[in-house]
Each structure stands twice: as structure tokens, then as C-alpha cells.
Design a protein around this ligand. Sequence first.
Ligand SMILES: [Zn+2]
Length: 511
Amino acid sequence: MRIAAIIGLGLVLSGCVGAIPEEDAALTFDRVKDSPPRLRAFLAMMPKGADLHIHLSGAAYAESNLAAGVAAGYCLDIATMRIVAPPCAKIPDSPPKTPCSLQKLGDKPPLEAVMAEQCLVDRAIDAQSLRNFVAAPGVNAHDQFFNSFAKFGDSRQPGLMLAEELNRAGRQQVRHIEVMATFGSQEIAKVAATLPATDGPEALLARLDQTDPAAFLAAAQSELDQTLAMARAQMGCDGSQPQPGCAVSLRFLQQITRTSALPTVAAQTWFGFQLAAADPRVGGINIVSPEDNFVALRDYGQHMSLIGTMADRFPQVGVSLHAGELAFGLVAPEQLRSHIRDAVLIGRAQRIGHGVDVMYEDDPYGLLDLLARQGVAVEINLTSNDLILGVRGADHPFAIYLEEGVPTTLSTDDEGVSRIDLTQEYLRAVLEHGLDYADLKALSRRGLEYAFLPGASLWADPVAWEPVAPCAEAEAPACGSFLAANEKARRQWELEQAFDAFEQAVSSQRR
Ligand SMILES: [Zn+2]
């Protein structure tokens, strides 16, 4: 691209560089793409616009969960491999020096003692993730994945988990992340408990409209303050050596839990939109938990109705919905017919999480046209879909979305449970779907294009990547004012600067 110099913002003049280094970077990519280790190193350094689909709870690696448990004086329940609150079992003064001796205690040794027993550390990490998972009769990867969340315990600090995630993103050259989390859950639960179980969506929202959200907003924003303050402190963002996560921008998405009873889902939805409308740190909402759950399937239409009604009231709130995280055989075929379409047409989704079953929906090509026409982005989670749904390679619709002009982004979902990172997902996109450098650059740019960041985009055309008029030519003042007024465009500009630097660097590389 040719882009104006914004001297006033202190950004580096890129002028008319671009085309040659980009072509050279593509040649370097072609040289390394058949060697996964070389490709990994290339992709780790490649700027990535955003990871838009991250569950805070599943992003932390098991090692961090164990460290949090040790710090809090928690125990490990040997039977279930759950991290649990004290009191823990008493350790004998002189425990037998045989391997895994604590296991023989049979109940809840202190985690601190467990960490000296490698066999138990290994078992705990395996239990809290998909590491070393082997399916057995009655034990499948889908259940292992979702059951792992119950084993993390409540000793984890959201601020430390966030710092871990931001630093991991920063080290991989990810510019922006959107993180699903729940704030003010106790206040939501209090209100949900007052709602009748027999009401439908409209009646529930009418009751919620009589509620004053002030107590909830105060609690949620206090939790937000604490989480962000702890993350910034952990990363040393105000010190002389800020860690890589300090440079990553962030928005939260308030969660709605689709496996809950309808009054709870209604309260979560109502408060979620209120919070996102009131607090710029919350970019929007998302609906989470297994879509194939009985309650989630039964109430799907009511959930979309609740979300769509609130989205119409709060059009400024970003709506990203997990939809189509289903596979043939996992649910009855009838359940595959319309979740993605309903999420868009009824739930007003601006982004779809997963969209794996798209070709099983009624009129799939009509649906693909709808997604392309409305610019609904699909957040693709390749490893998660492989592990949870068993959908991978040519069975995954990623290539179809690309062929049909539906905007896609790559994301990690639950990188701690899957034991991946965003670079791994880019790697997988190359190895399994044959993407070239231009495809990867477009994926990276789309991460920011479809982020719930305020302001206008840098791109007049997010397919041909033509910049908006003020930044199309070397008229620095107009582009500088435009960037100053639009956070999204500013982040996109920074990504272009990072690509310029990356492409210059890899072009001069001999290997
Ligand atoms: Zn997800």
C-alpha cells in the first residue's frame, strides 16, 4: 500500500515503500512454508491484527492455574484433579520417598507439596487441558475440554490471567485482543433469582426494565478496575521496562451463559448490554458454553430473541455470538438447520464464533451470501474445532468461507486448554488450508477491521485494502486528524507500520 506520512503523530514515514518488501516477504514465506519449524518462526514475528475470540477462563495454561493454587494455599483433590480450597490433608512429617507417594494419601494434599511430585503435576496438567488426551470408552475430547474448566478452582486472579494473555499476544506481535469474561455476576444472580421461571423473553425483559442497573454497574466496573489495575501492575506497564502485553489494546466482551435457566440468560443479556453501553472498556457481548447442551439447544430461539431485542435498543454495542459450533452426529440433524442464520437475522450478530456447521444449514449458499453481503465476520478456531468437534482439514468450512467472500479472522478460543497460541492457528491455516502470504496478511488485517473498536476504519475497501480518502495520498494533516479521531483506524495504521518493518526485515533475511 501507499500511505501518507503522519509526521504529527510521530509515526514513521512509510511513503511508497511496500510493494517490493511485500513481494520479497511473500518469497521468503514460499521458501519456508513447507518446513513447519521455519514457518513457525516466520509467523511468530508476523504482525497479527487481533485475536477476537478468547475466553479468559480457558486462556490461562494449567501451569498458571497450579501456581495460583499454590499462592492461595489451595489443595489438589486427587480423585478429581480439581484445585480446591483448604483445609488440605496433612502431610506426614517424613513422607515416604517413593514416586507419587502423595497420591497414596488418597484425598487432598496441599498443592505446594504436590508440585514436588512430578507425576502428580503431569496428571493435573493433563486433566486441565487436552495435553496427552487419548479417548477411551465413555471419555471423549469434547467432554474432556469442557470438564477441564471445573478443575481450575477459584484461586485464580483475573488480572493475572489477563496479564498472561496480553503478554502472550504481545510476544506474538498481536496488536489487539477481545476477551470474554463476566463482570458483576453476583449482582446479576441476585436479580435473576427474583424473575419467574415461567416468563418468556418479552415478559422477562419487561420485568428487567423495572430494575435499576446502578448497583450492577458499580460492581462490574469495580471488578473491571481491579482486573485491569492488577494486569498493568503485573506487566509493569507504568515502569521503565513494560512487558510486551502493555502495547496490546484490549476490549472485553461480557458473557451470557447459554446453558443457564432462561431468567438467568435474560438477566445476563439485559445487564450485558447495559454494561457495554456504559463502559468503553467493554466492546460488546457474546453467548458462551457448549452449544450442543440440551438447554442451549432447547432455548436457542429464545436466546436469539432476547439478544436481538437488546441489540435493537443498543445498536452501539458489539454483538458476537457463538453459533454453529456443532457437528453432524453430535446433535440431531434438525439442530444444524438454522443457528448461524438465526444468530444474524434474529440475534443481530455482527460476528459469528465458529460457524463450523454452515454447510449443514438450510440453503447454505444463501446463508454464505447473507454473511458476505452484510459483512458478518466469522471467527475461525481451527484447533478448538478439531479437538471439540473432530472437524479438521478439508472437512472444515474455512476454505469455503474464503472462496465465498465471507470475512474471516483466526482466533484461539481457549488456548490454555488447547495448549496453542495464535501463531499456531496461522500455522495450521497454512499447513491444512494452503494459505499464502497475501491470505495471511488479509486475515491479520481483518482482525482489526472487524474488532469492536470505536471509530471509522482506515480501509475504504476491506477486500482490496484501499485506504480512506484522507490517508490515500500524502496529505499528512488530513490523515493525521483522521487517525487522531478514530481509534480503529489508528490501530490499523500501526499494524501497517508493523507490516512495513516486518517485510523489510524478512526481505533482507537469507533464510
Ligand atoms: Zn469460544
